[in-house]
Design a binder for this molecule. Structure first.
Ligand code: ADP
Ligand code: MG
Length: 626
C-alpha cells in the first residue's frame, strides 16, 4: 500500500512557542485527558485525584449538568436523567437509536428536524450534546491543571467508527470549546504511547477491549511511519457484556425471576465488582437475601475464576474471531507480528491475556496502564500537531473501516474505496449514462460491504444535471471520492466533455436537518446549472465573435460584390448580433448568429464565384490540371 503524506496542521508554528495541547480518550465507560509536559506524558486527575472520568452525565430539573463520578451516584435515584454509555449513540440514525434505546431506560424523542435526542429534566439532549458536556469537563480539568487556554486537542475514536460517528465526535468537541487538531483511532494512539514508532520496523497488533467496544488493529511501522494495515472489531462487545453474563448467572443461581430496574442495576454493579475482583483473586463469595427480585430463599455461593472464565469464553472467542479476520485482511499470519499491545480495562481479565497470548503465539505488552495508553498516545500526537515538536517525523496513517461506493444501474453497488484503504485518500472512477439523451444522473453514496445498495448504509444523494444529450454510453462522468485525515468524505461528479459538475460533502444525516441537507444539495446543483449557463454563453459569444470578424474581413475585401441594399441588410443583421452579444442570453446570441449566417449566404456564394473566376483568369486549361 502506498504511503500518503498527511499535511499536518500546526507544523508551521514557531518552535520556541510552547502551546498547550491535550489528548482525550472519550470512552464509552470512562474518559480521560492527558498532556505532554517537559517531554513526559501526564494524565490529569480531578480534585479528588481520580484520573478516570466516568462517561456519565446527569441533567437536573433546575438545568444543572453533573458529569462523572457525581453523576454516576445519581443513576440509581434518577436513571431517566442520568445518561450512560452515550458513545454508543453517537452518530447513529433514528432507527439504530430507537433499537439501542429500547434496551435502556431513556426516553427518546424525535425532534422536528429528524434528530433523535434524550428527553431529560433539563430539556432534550442529543448524544452530541451529552458528549460535549463530558468533553467540556475534561477541558476545564486540563485548563486548571495546565494553567492556561488549550490550543488544541486530539480526540480518539474507535477504529470501527464510521463517517457519521466521527463527525458527531468532532462536533461534540467543537461544542465543548475545543480546537480539534485531529481525530485519531484509539489503537493507533496506543501504539504511539508504547513508543512502537521508536522501535524496529515490524507489524504490531493492538487488542483493545474496553467497557463497550472491542477493536483490533494491525499496524505496520515502516520507515518511521505507522501504517494501519487492517482494522476490525465489534462496536457492541466489551466488559459490560462480561457483567451481563455474570448477572444472568447470578439470577439463575439465586432464582431471581422478576428483577425490577433497581435490582437489575444492583446485579450489574455486583457482577462488575466480582469480575474485577476475579482479575486478582481465584474466587469470590456471593450472597443474596431472600425476596430480592423474587428470589425464593437466601442464597450464598462461591464463584471461582475458572467458572467465571467458562461464562465469558464465548465472548472472548468472539474477539479472537475478529482478530483472525483482521489478520486475513492484512494478508498476515500471527507469526508475522512483532508485538501485541493490550488496551482497555477489560484486558486485565487473566483469561483475556492468556487467550490473546495463545492466539498470537506471544505474550502481550502490558506495562502501561491499559486505561491510560490511548489518552497518552493522543497527547503525544497533539503535542506534535500543535507545533511543539516541529521536527518530529511521526506520521500516522489510518484506514477506512467500511468500503465506500456508489449505487449503479439496477441497485448494485460499485465500490470506489475498499475497506481498509489508508487515508487520506482520493479515488476516481468513470461512469456513463445508460439512456440515449440522458441529461441528469443521480449519485448515491453508500457505505458498506454488501452487493445491493438497499443493504448498505446511505450516506448522501445528489444529482448531476446538465449533461449534454448524447447516445447512451457516450458521456464520461468522473466521480471523485476524497477522504481527509479525519476520515471525513466529500464526493464530486463531473461530466468531463462538458465540464458540468456537482459535489457534496458527506455530512451524515444525524446532525443536519433534512432541510439543511436539501439546501446543500440544491446549492451544489444550482452551482452546476450556473456553470452550464456560463459555459453556453461563453461559447455562443465566441462563435458570434469569430463570425463577425470573418464578415468584416470579407467586406473589407469584397464589399463591391454586394448591392447597396444587400450590404445594408447584412450590416443590420450584424448590428443586431452585436447587440445580442452584449446581453447574457446564450440562446438569443445563437439565434442572431444564425440570422447573420443566412444573411451572408449570398455574399459568401458571390465571393466563392469571384475567387473561382479569379483563379481561372489568365490561366490555360493545361495549367489548371497540375
Ligand atoms: P471504554 O474504553 O469502553 O470506556 P475502559 O477501557 O475504561 O472502557 O474499560 C472499562 C471496562 O474495563 C469495564 O467493563 C470495567 O469493568 C473493566 N475493568 C476495569 N478494571 C478491570 C479489572 N481489574 N478486571 C476486569 N475488568 C476490568
Ligand atoms: Mg477505551
Amino acid at each position: 500500500m502506498a504511503l500518503l503524506q498527511i499535511a499536518e496542521p500546526g507544523q508551521a508554528q514557531a518552535p520556541h512557542q510552547h502551546k498547550l495541547a491535550i489528548g482525550i480518550d472519550l470512552g464509552t465507560t470512562h474518559s480521560l485527558v492527558a498532556s505532554i509536559q517537559s517531554g513526559l506524558p501526564r494524565v490529569m486527575p480531578d480534585e479528588q485525584g481520580r484520573v478516570l472520568l466516568p462517561s456519565v452525565v446527569h441533567y437536573g430539573d433546575d438545568g444543572r449538568v453533573t458529569v462523572g463520578e457525581a453523576a454516576k451516584q445519581m443513576a440509581s435515584q434518577d436513571p431517566l436523567n442520568t445518561l450512560v454509555s452515550v458513545k454508543r449513540f453517537m452518530g447513529r440514525g433514528a432507527e439504530a437509536l430507537q433499537q439501542l434505546g429500547d434496551q435502556l431506560p431513556y426516553e427518546l424523542v424525535q425532534q422536528a428536524n429528524g434528530i433523535t435526542s434524550f428527553h431529560t429534566a433539563a430539556g432534550d439532549k442529543t448524544p452530541v450534546e451529552v458528549s460535549a458536556d463530558i468533553l467540556r469537563q475534561l477541558r476545564l480539568r486540563a485548563e486548571a491543571a495546565l494553567g492556561g487556554d488549550i490550543a488544541g486537542a486530539v480526540i480518539t475514536v474507535p477504529a470501527y467508527f464510521d463517517e457519521a460517528q466521527r463527525q458527531a465526535t468532532k462536533d461534540a468537541a467543537t461544542i465543548a470549546g475545543l480546537n480539534v487538531l485531529r481525530l485519531l483511532n484509539e489503537p493507533t494512539a496506543a501504539a504511539v504511547a508504547y513508543g512502537l514508532d521508536q522501535a524496529h520496523e515490524g507489524v504490531h497488533a493492538i487488542y483493545d477491549l474496553g467497557g463497550g467496544t472491542f477493536d483490533i488493529s494491525i499496524l505496520r511501522l515502516h520507515q518511521g511511519v505507522f501504517e494501519v494495515l487492517a482494522t476490525g472489531g465489534n462496536s457492541a462487545l466489551g466488559g459490560d457484556d462480561f457483567d451481563l453474563v455474570l448477572a444472568k448467572w447470578i439470577m439463575a443461581q439465586a432464582g431471581i425471576t422478576s428483577p425490577d430496574a433497581e435490582v437489575q442495576r444492583r446485579l450489574l454493579q455486583t457482577a462488575r465488582r466480582v469480575k474485577e475482583a476475579l482479575s486478582e483473586r481465584d474466587s469470590v463469595q456471593l450472597s443474596l437475601a431472600a425476596g430480592t427480585g423474587g428470589a425464593p430463599a437466601d442464597w450464598q455461593a462461591t464463584l471461582t475464576r475458572a467458572e467465571f472464565e467458562s461464562l465469558i469464553t464465548p465472548l472472548v472467542d468472539e474477539t479472537l474471531k475478529a482478530c483472525r479476520r483482521a489478520l486475513r485482511d492484512a494478508g498476515l499470519k500471527s507469526e508475522d507480528l512483532a508485538e501485541v499491545v493490550l488496551v482497555g480495562g477489560s484486558t486485565r481479565v487473566p483469561l483475556v491475556r492468556q487467550r490473546v497470548a495463545e492466539f498470537f503465539g506471544k505474550p502481550a505488552l502490558t506495562h502501561l496502564d491499559p486505561d491510560q495508553v490511548v489518552a497518552i498516545g493522543a497527547a503525544v500526537q497533539a503535542n506534535i500537531l500543535v507545533g511543539n515538536k516541529p521536527d518530529s517525523d511521526v506520521l500516522l496513517l489510518d484506514v477506512i473501516p467500511l468500503s465506500l461506493g456508489l449505487e449503479t444501474y439496477g441497485g448494485l453497488v460499485e465500490k470506489i474505496v475498499p475497506r481498509n484503504t489508508t487515508i487520506p485518500v482520493t479515488r476516481a472512477q468513470e461512469f456513463t449514462t445508460f439512456k440515449d439523451g440522458q441529461t441528469a444522473m443521480s449519485v448515491h453514496v453508500l457505505q458498506g460491504e454488501r452487493e445491493l445498495a438497499a443493504d448498505c448504509r446511505s450516506l448522501a444523494r445528489f444529482e448531476l444535471r446538465g449533461i449534454p444529450p448524447m447516445v447512451a454510453g457516450a458521456a464520461r462522468i468522473k466521480v471523485l471520492f476524497q477522504i481527509d485525515a479525519d476520515g471525513l468524505l466529500s464526493v464530486s461528479a463531473e461530466e468531463t466533455s462538458s465540464g458540468v459538475r456537482a459535489e457534496v460533502e458527506v455530512k451524515p444525516a444525524w446532525g443536519l436537518s433534512d432541510d439543511e441537507i436539501l439546501r446543500l444539495l440544491r446549492e451544489s446543483q444550482a452551482r452546476a446549472a450556473d456553470d452550464v449557463r456560463t459555459r453556453l454563453l461563453v461559447e455562443a459569444r465566441a462563435d458570434a465573435e469569430s463570425l463577425c470578424e470573418a464578415i468584416s474581413a470579407a467586406l473589407a475585401q469584397d464589399a463591391a460584390l454586394l448591392t447597396s441594399a444587400e450590404k445594408a441588410a447584412l450590416d443590420e443583421e450584424v448590428a443586431s448580433l452585436r447587440q445580442a452579444m452584449a446581453g447574457e442570453d446564450a440562446a438569443a446570441i445563437k439565434a442572431a448568429t444564425a440570422r447573420v449566417n443566412t444573411a451572408s449566404d449570398d455574399f459568401a456564394a458571390k465571393r466563392m464565384d469571384a475567387s473561382i473566376q479569379k483563379a481561372f483568369t489568365g490561366k490555360h486549361l493545361d495549367q489548371l490540371e497540375d
